[in-house]
Every structure is written in C-alpha cells, then in structure tokens.
Design a protein. Structure first.
Length: 321
C-alpha cells in the first residue's frame, strides 16, 4: 500500500498544475506529458489517477480504491503500456471497450505510455476521442519523443513539459533505490541508471564501442551475428543510440580537458578506450554526433535496426570521403 504521489521525485510544478486543472470545472480532458525518458512522467500520471479516484479525495494510498490503482486493477484505470515497437489498432479497441463499460467510479483515467509509438491509423482513430473525451474521462499521453507524435494528436492535448531531474532529486532517488553509478545519475535520466543494472547493458555498450572503433579507424566492418543478436528490438536500439551519444560526449570532453584525468566521463570503465578515440580529430566526432541526431529521428521508421546501425557507419564514412 503506497501513496504514489509520494514516490514522484521532483516535478512539483507539474503536479500542482495537473491537480489544479482537474480539480477545476474541467469535466474531461487530454494531457500530454512530454520530456526525457525515465524521469517519472508515467508515475505522475498514475499518481493523478490515484489522487482523483481515492475514496478520501486525497490519494491516501490506504483506501481500497488507492490500493487497486497501485496494483493496476482499478475499474477506472486503463494503462496502455505494451512492449511492442508500435502501438497498434488493438490498443484503440481496448480503449473503446473500456469506455463502453459502465464504471463504478466517478472518473476514469487512460494512460498511454510511449504514445509516440502509435502508428498513423492508431493516431487517427483516437483523434475524436482525444478532442472530446466522454465526461469524466482523462487521457494521459506519455512521450519522450514529441517529434514522433502527429501534430493532430499534439494539438488535441494539453502539453505538460517535463525536464531532467535536478542533482538533489537524483540523489533522493538514488538513496531510495540504492543506485551507485553516480556518473549515470548526472544525466538526469533514471532509466540510464536502472538499465545499467541489466545483464544486457554491457553487450549494448560493447556494440557501441565497436561502432566507435569503426569510426575512429575509418573502416566499415559488417556486424557479426553476435552483434546483430545484441539489439533485438527498437527500445534496445534507442539505448544504443543514447550510449553512443554519451560516449561521443566523453570523447569530446576528454579532448577539451587539459589533462587526461580531468575529464569527468560517464563510462569510467571505458576511459582507456575513450582516451584512444580522443586522439582522432574532434571534427570526426562532432560530425558523427550530428549524424546520430539526424538519424535517430528515423529510428521508428526503419524496418531493420541492424541495417540502420550499419548505415550510421557508412553515412559517416561517406561524409569524410
């Protein structure tokens, strides 16, 4: 039994804003929580659902309604949080069936996590419902990639922007979760901390290192079967892109430092590799970083993530020929 709002670290202005809006005469509405991954957007949406579905109207965390929200079994809550690369029409059918059911609660909350993964048919099918939700129905769309959402979706939602967590907030979360990798905490995105505890973390970082070796040496080597098996879905590919960006940042910081030991790098255990890569002209790394920024927007359109990885290397080599 827990009060979900008490677990939300930071974002106090956003929390007060959401409470104020829903507590007003607003009878329904659609919200878009937008900001970096892993900073608590989904948890805040769940906290809002618990708060307004609470039997005591306070999100007490103790009543039957609060406990059902926490366990995900409340009749007034629908969480769309599929692991698939794309949120398909099946999710729209779930939402419409949910809205057809007679609810015992005075309000209903629909949370769509990673809403930028909705394909065009799914997005179009939701437009009318998002624009005019039934009375007492609140949508929370969660997204870490606003550019992946159709403009027609964004225009029908009230935008609530989220920023990375402050150092003080990160320290609180780290103490709560016994995280120890302070370098990852500095990014302000907790998903980097939590994912670094996963067994698949090292293989993804090692693939990133192999890609950087290719860039540094100006060569192209097709991915091995072992490398291809590392990235099994687009979420892992997103992690790979993030680690590549961090490593390039580490390289550029090392190059700009007066001494090799002065650069505060995220990937401390790869410091020797970073120092070796830093011997390559900084223009190469700045150019590769720009390619990452441009290409990652195409991530969810690429049918084959392995071909996409190889294209990162090829496009970089072409640009220096």
């Amino acid at each position: 039994m827990a009060q979900i709002a008490a677990q939300v670290i930071g974002h106090r202005n956003q929390w007060e804003q959401v409470k104020k809006i829903i507590s007003s005469d607003l009878l329904s509405g659609s919200f878009l929580f937008a900001g970096p991954e892993g900073i608590g957007k989904k948890k805040m949406a769940l906290a809002a659902a618990q708060y307004f579905l609470c039997e005591t109207k306070s999100g007490c965390g103790q009543c039957g309604s609060c406990r059902r929200v926490e366990s995900g079994t409340h009749e007034g809550l629908l969480l769309i949080d599929e692991a698939d690369d794309i949120l398909k029409m099946d999710e729209v059918h779930k939402i419409k069936e949910f809205l057809k059911l007679k609810s015992l609660s005075h309000s209903r909350f629909i949370i769509i996590n990673n809403s930028h993964k909705m394909n065009i048919p799914t997005s179009n099918a939701l437009l009318k419902t998002l624009e005019e939700p039934p009375e007492g129905v609140y949508f929370f769309l969660i997204s870490s990639r606003m550019s992946g959402l159709l403009m027609t979706i964004k225009s029908r939602c009230r935008l609530i922007p989220f920023s990375i967590l402050t150092e003080k907030d990160l320290e609180r979360v780290s103490l709560m979760n016994d995280f120890t990798l302070t370098n990852f905490k500095n990014s302000g995105q907790l998903h980097l901390v939590s994912k670094s505890q996963d067994k698949e973390f090292r293989s993804v970082v090692e693939l990133a290192c192999e890609i950087l070796d290719c860039i540094a040496e100006g060569r192209f080597t097709p991915l091995t079967d072992a490398h291809k098996s590392t990235v099994k879905n687009k979420d892992q590919f997103q992690d790979l892109i993030t680690y590549l960006e961090i490593l390039v940042r580490d390289i550029l910081l090392t190059q700009s430092a007066h001494g090799e030991s002065e650069a505060a790098v995220y990937f401390e255990e790869y410091r020797k590799d970073i120092q070796a890569w830093s011997l390559v002209n900084s223009a190469v790394w700045s150019q590769f970083y720009e390619i990452l920024e441009i290409k990652k927007e195409d991530l969810f359109l690429s049918p084959d993530s392995n071909l996409f990885i190889e294209s990162l290397i090829v496009d970089n080599l072409r640009s220096v020929v």
